[in-house]
Design a binder for this molecule. Structure first.
Ligand code: G1P
Length: 294
């Protein structure tokens, strides 16, 4: 079985739900506690063994390249001032030369279209898709849990979790069959999936939450450019097509997901990561309590 070495990160979205903050800053570079959302997601990918990150970007997002590259003047100044701890924190997020690629999506035609834009860079090997709006706090990371499932059963893995009551129609929803051995029954064969089901028609309450391991055959399905929910080219529809010939498993991961494409989700992520920080957590808690009691 080929290992999962590459990840596709679609970051081109306009960030409509967090405007005006996302007007001049790419939404995935907004901050969650101690670093940009995207730095948390890339760290999760690296911990899962990802060696090459393919960012699907739009116009005006070159700050993403700059974030993962050296900033010589900044690093030089920090060093000259003896700020070694901050310097180490800044450089910890850098990717190695050759570990990142940027593909312009050129037209906002949907998640499936964004993933399809990576086809030549992925080639003929299994790959991960990480939706960077979704910050998934977990130990081990959500993608590491998916990689473990892939090593156990192969094929395609989709990370899922229960949708908040009444919100299934906002997501991709899976239909499930029997459980695979291990994983405490949380890894189940998929029998179907539907993108943004009409309320009351959803086949389960489990939604596709933002981490996937896919076989490269999905690019054949995406090449049809069929339009689905919302008039967009949907990744879920392409996966459903591949389900006719390939195995798909849904993994209910263990962790907490924060939708940072939304103001409230971004706030929750900030509070949760601040409180969970082994160094700054106590002072964050004190600051929050002062606000709540004031
Ligand atoms: C996308 C996917 C959907 C998934 C969701 C998770 O939808 O198409 O299947 O459940 O991300 O956030 P979008 O958020 O782009 O509407």
């Amino acid at each position: 079985m080929k290992p999962v070495r590459k990840a596709v990160l679609p970051v081109a979205g306009l960030g409509t739900r967090i405007l005006p903050a996302a007007k001049t800053t790419p939404k995935n570079l907004l901050n969650v506690w101690d670093r940009p959302i995207l730095a948390h997601v890339v760290a999760e990918g690296r911990a899962a063994g990802i060696e090459h990150f393919v960012f699907i970007v739009g116009r005006g997002q070159s700050a993403i390249e700059d974030y993962f590259d050296h900033a010589f003047e900044l690093e030089h100044n920090l060093e000259a001032k003896g700020r070694s701890a901050i310097l180490a924190d800044v450089t910890a997020d850098l990717l190695e030369p050759g570990q990142m690629s940027f593909v312009r999506q050129m037209a906002p035609l949907g998640l499936g279209h964004a993933v399809w834009c990576a086809r030549d860079l992925i080639g003929d090997e299994p790959f991960a898709v990480m939706l960077p709006d979704m910050l998934m706090a977990a130990q081990p990371g959500a993608l590491s849990q998916a990689v473990a499932a892939h090593e156990a059963v192969g094929g395609n893995i989709v990370v899922v979790e229960p949708a908040p009551t009444g919100e299934a129609h906002k997501y991709g929803i899976v239909a499930l069959g029997g459980a695979a051995p291990g994983f405490d029954g949380r890894l189940k064969q998929m029998t179907g999936m539907v993108e943004k089901p009409a309320p009351g028609t959803e086949p389960s309450n489990l939604f596709i939450s933002g981490r996937y391991i896919l076989q490269p055959g999905v690019f054949d399905a995406l090449a049809a450019h069929a339009r689905g929910a919302g008039g967009e080219i949907q990744l879920t529809d392409a996966m459903l097509k591949r389900l006719e010939t390939e195995s798909f498993h849904a993994l209910e991961y263990v962790g907490s997901t924060y939708d940072c494409g939304d103001k409230l989700g971004l706030l929750r992520a900030n509070v949760a990561l601040a409180l969970g920080d082994p160094h700054g957590g106590a002072s964050a808690r004190a600051a929050i309590e002062t606000l709540l009691n004031g």
